[in-house]
Design a protein around this ligand. Sequence first.
Ligand SMILES: [Zn+2]
Length: 262
Amino acid sequence: MLERRELFPNVIELNFQARRRLGCCVYLVYSSSEWLLLDIGYEDTVDDLIELIRQMDFPLANCRYLVATHADADHVQGFRRAKELLPNAQLVAHPHAQTILESNDRIAAFAEIPAQQISIDLPELKIDRAIDEGDTLKLDDLSLEVWHTPGHAVGQLSFRLGRLLFSGDNIFRDGCVGSIDAHHGSDLPAFIESLKRIQGSGVEWLLPSHGPAFRNDRKLLQSAIDRLDRYQHMADFGTCAVDWPLLDEWESELARGIHPAG
Ligand SMILES: [Zn+2]
């Protein structure tokens, strides 16, 4: 049996386990007999990941859930293959992510970005169960609380396990946040609320969907909140901005007949 490199009790992260970067973070959460995976990454890494899990002595028949933190292709592309290898697992996601995945909405899932010639496979997925704020995912005596944390994506979920939060694409160790993109349904006011919730939650550790885990640091969260607050009023963020104060200034200057040269 391969030695399990636990990140925290009952939690293994498969890039950390493999000691190399395979893709997005894939968390394996386990109880005495059952286990689940949070995200899976791209399809071409699935067989290696499942083999790694088998070598750590997790019975494949005991995988209870495959969880999509949100519908982005880099997190979910491999779920069709994973379902073949883990037939007893239920694929679960937020209702909005379910709509994207079941309708194969390639734009909303970042599988198709025509202006950048990005086009990758996105297998059609059938979600077995929709989950949302207030639900719990149970593995024997272990419970993961489901949080709805929209902002990066409408269907972005996070999961609390005691002092840990699997925080999805809300925030990363360097203070970056999940990409803000109108075609993706990003929402700056909602994003700020999600970050404030995480900041005030009392959770000690954030386990993001990209990069290493890190402490839930008030200052780091505040700097992201302040940055996104500025974005709300900047033309840089196009239709994701809520207003653009320059237009109000301009309107008032036009009405007063103010000449640019003073
Ligand atoms: Zn992501």
